[in-house]
Ligand binder design. Sequence first.
Ligand SMILES: *[C@@H]1O[C@H](CO)[C@@H](O)[C@H](O)[C@H]1NC(C)=O
Ligand SMILES: *[C@@H]1O[C@H](CO)[C@@H](O)[C@H](O)[C@H]1NC(C)=O
Length: 822
Amino acid sequence: MTRIKREILFWQAQWLFYLVLFWCRTEAQLRYAIPEELKEGSVVGNIAEDIGLGISDISIRKLRIASESGKQYFSLHQRNGELLVSEIIDRERLCGKSTSCVLPLQVIIEDPLEFYRVDVDIQDINDNSPHFHSDTNIIEVPESTVTGAKFRLETAEDPDVGLNSLRNYSLSKSEYFVLNVKSSKDGTKVPELVIQKPVDREKQSVHHLILTAIDGGNPVRSGTTHINVRILDSNDNAPAFERDLHEVQVMENTAPGTLVLTVKANDVDDGVNGDIVYSFGAHTPEAVQTLFTINSETGDIILSGILDYETSTSYKFDIRARDKGTLALESHCEIRVEVLDVNDNVPEITIASLPQPVKEDASVGTTVALIALKDWDSGDNGKVQLHMSPDYPFKLKPSFSNHFALVTDGILDREKFPEYRIELKASDSGSPALSSFNTITVKVLDVNDNAPIFSHPLYTVYARENCPPGSLLSSVSASDMDIGENAKISYAIIDSKTHTVSIPSYFYINSENGTIFSMHSFDYEKIKMFQVLVQAKDHGSPSLSSNATVHVFILDQNDNAPAIIYPSAIMGSVSHQRMSRTAKAGHLVTKVTAVDADSGHNAWMFYRLVEATDMSLFSVNLHTGEVRTKRSVSEQDDTSQRLIIEIKDNGEPVQSSTVTVDILLEEGLPEPVSDIQQKNTNYGKNNKITFYLILALASVSVLSLMTFFVLVVKCARQGRGGTMCCIRRSDSDGYKNPNRNLQIQLNTDGPIKYVEVLGGDVLSQSQSFGSCLSPLSEFSDFTLVKPSSTIDFKEINVLDASLPDTAWTFESQQVSNFLFFD
Ligand SMILES: *[C@@H]1O[C@H](CO)[C@@H](O)[C@H](O)[C@H]1NC(C)=O
Ligand SMILES: *[C@@H]1O[C@H](CO)[C@@H](O)[C@H](O)[C@H]1NC(C)=O
């Protein structure tokens, strides 16, 4: 039906064309209409027939056609006069968009010449499809675009005209987009893309659509193009963390720079909208920010400080992820860092109270110091033990938790250990265990537990006789092991008596340095030895003391001149003697006798004749003092003879005295015979005395021997300390009555050198042992000189048995005989 209708319409139009052309162009007598694209040789119309020319006339009258444009699309069939298509005609190329397309032809008939004009109307057929310029169109649509927004699309072109031209567009089916075709005033149709539903780039970033253009031809032709709708991102998505909470455990000793963990957030937005910057949450404490740093790009959380379990056992903070969109979006996640304890704290030893000095006599258990232990670690790492060397006289007494008291645990002696440096060691139970050390210094306070000790228990001092009072005699010293006042020593002399004299009145001791001074000059002839008891006393409370003995021996000085006893008791006066003129040479005129109060060498005396009326008549015996005639008296000799005799001692300096003897030579004096007789009788008397002397010596020897045996037996009983045994004898009696005893003096330094036996004899100068009383002697008593100090038993033996080896001196206080055995 539609096809028939179209045909009718077509032909009506053709007819109208003819009419129009006829009127406008009178020359045109023939008009043909052909569709374009006819094949070569297709018949357009029979010109000969249409102009009324017979077939035979075609060749006679030379019918031919000429093209006005020059291009020959048609040809003429010479036999039947049909107009044929000689080339395919494309209306679109020939006429473009113009609605009518007429190719004019001239038909020429020669002979007679006739012109005819033929218009060939090229009619459009739908031979072109609508066409888009580009295969693919890209449309960018912002994600946030509202529904109803329109985006212009490319229009298609169809060279065909009329119904065959472009008629409509259609769009492939899409949930988000629809097509709107807008007709412009000139009738062109413009396709538009309309958003009918919000687009989400994150769901689908590109939409592929196909736009189809269709024409109105029959059959319909179409052309397509791809429409790629790209959704432009808008920052409509916040970053999202993969996990909301991160929990991580970190060892306390983790080194700074270590990666703790990495957080990751994703942002589905594109470009900068999806670029994430990590940072700490807004209110993250300063402490966390110094301990941790976060890499803003990678999300790495790095330890930047030093963790300390003891400061904080855990950290909690937020991490923010923020994109770089213009209106940035952000989100947070929580981080919990748990710090694990490491044994990184050395136990601490604290001396809670300063160590108290302790007295050396402190009882066991006295508290000296309080010690506290501390370990900041927890668990086993914080369990602490305290150790101390067992060598000290102290121990640790645990009190309440981790506190100890250091108490004494033994006897202290400041004199041995004035101070203790006690090493303490604290170790925890961590692995590896940590230890620390501390030293407590405990001072031991002195207690007066040591008495002063003298450097010697017995001091021996020799003091010269006659030394001036105030002379320094000696020094004693004592030391005390204690310190301070307890060691400060005062010296004193203990009140005692020697020979009825009070010792403190003779001696003075410097109480500070122990120097002993004399307070009197000493007289050897009175006191030969002092026994001084010295005490050293410390200033402790109570004070302690000890004693020492000082033996002061007085050394004899030659301070006594020989004293002449005979011939004159009165010194300086002249003694008168008488002598017979008949006396022979060697006659004993008299005997000068002197004594010297000094002892030893100071008491040895020598007699010398200094002056005489006639030196040739008399001589004086150097040792005995006997005055004898050298020759017999002659007639010429004066009746009166004067002799001056000097007696010198052996001391240093020498002391001497002189005696003057006047001798009267008489005629009638008895003969020296009677003198000899008297002498003989005297001899008998002397023998008797000698006998007594020997008897006395023997009895002394026996007594000594007995004493010796008694003491030997005693000593043997007391142990072998023979040298400790000694005899002390009171000597006060000997001094009370010095003239009434026989004295045997033993010198004390070393073996016995001499013994003094007092007595005398005028005539016995040749006697080796023993003495006779001189007829002139007035005394017959013997004194045994007391031993001035302790006597060794050996020496008593010597006295008894070894006489020839020893020097002995027998001395009478009135008449002296010196007997030398050397
Ligand atoms: C002790 O002191 C006295 C008096 O100050 C002094 O003369 C003496 O030399 C001193 N002795 C010692 C041993 O210092
Ligand atoms: C020292 O001698 C005095 C007097 O003889 C005496 O009282 C005292 O006990 C003696 N001290 C010592 C330690 O012997």
